[in-house]
Design a protein around this ligand. Structure first.
Ligand SMILES: Nc1nc2c(ncn2[C@@H]2O[C@H](COP(=O)(O)OP(=O)(O)OP(=O)(O)O)[C@@H](O)[C@H]2O)c(=O)[nH]1
Ligand SMILES: [Mg+2]
Length: 222
């Protein structure tokens, strides 16, 4: 199989304070690796992963792994606009990183106008709960996620728990948004690329009128 073949490309941005484990999450997801000692991100790093969202529909995920440190903010901000999805990450053992989630969210929403970024909220380092190190409860994180209109998952890059689920939940959210029309392809915007935009139009039409739809129009291309 040609591993480079894809029907859609989604650009996803990783956001959250420094040391919450954004790079570690991507390493776990894309390489199934965890490192106790990992370099802080300088500016923005880039990762790629492929995911089949339904049989025959292959998505190329392009991840922008941003540096959480404030001194890189002017660089990382320039990546917001061309992102369609975002993982908002905090560390369940770091209260300040949770308190800053509203700021990360607000800043991105303001800067991507008129576009929209779909988010998932992620509570990282779940493995440290067992050592009694948790300072942010699941309930308050779920409440915040509800207020911001996004799902919440607790994960651990160290053990791998829920890591795939978090990325796949976000990818499926974007894919559903694309099919429903909530996410629109636009000239000059690189958040989503579609190999065959006309096929997407047909697929949307078939979802809107299922009785008259042709089942062959399900895929973006191919
Ligand atoms: N216990 C535990 N430690 C983790 C986990 N994920 C990351 N870490 C550790 O947390 C530290 C910071 O991880 P990074 O992935 O570099 O954090 P980051 O959010 O990318 O940080 P910046 O690049 O500065 O924004 C490293 O020492 C990791 O080993 C986890 O799930 N559990
Ligand atoms: Mg990093």
């Amino acid at each position: 199989m040609d591993l480079t073949l894809w029907q859609y490309q989604f650009r996803i941005i990783m956001l959250g304070d420094s040391t919450v484990g954004k790079s570690s999450l991507l390493k776990r997801y894309t390489e199934d690796l965890f490192m106790e000692s990992i370099n802080q991100t300088v500016g923005v790093d880039f990762y790629v992963h492929f995911l089949e969202v339904e049989p025959g529909v292959r998505v190329k995920l392009q991840f922008w792994d941003t540096a959480g440190q404030e001194r890189f903010r002017s660089v990382t901000r320039s990546y917001y606009r061309n992102s369609v999805g975002g993982l908002l990450v905090f560390d369940i053992t770091n209260r300040a990183s949770f308190d800053h989630i509203k700021e990360w969210h607000g800043e991105v929403c303001e800067r991507v106008q008129p576009h929209k970024v779909l988010f998932v909220l992620v509570g990282q380092k779940n493995d440290r709960d067992a050592q009694g190190e948790r300072v942010v409860s699941r309930e308050e994180a779920e409440k915040l996620a509800g207020q911001l209109g996004m799902p919440y998952l607790e994960v651990s890059a160290k053990t791998g728990q829920n890591v795939r689920d978090a990325f796949e939940l976000l990818t499926r959210r974007v894919y559903q948004g694309l099919l429903s029309g909530e996410v629109q392809l636009q000239e000059g915007w690189d958040g989503v690329k579609c190999a065959a935009p006309q096929a997407l139009q047909l697929q949307r039409a078939s979802l809107a009128q299922p009785s008259t739809a042709s089942k062959n129009n399900k895929k973006c291309c191919g």
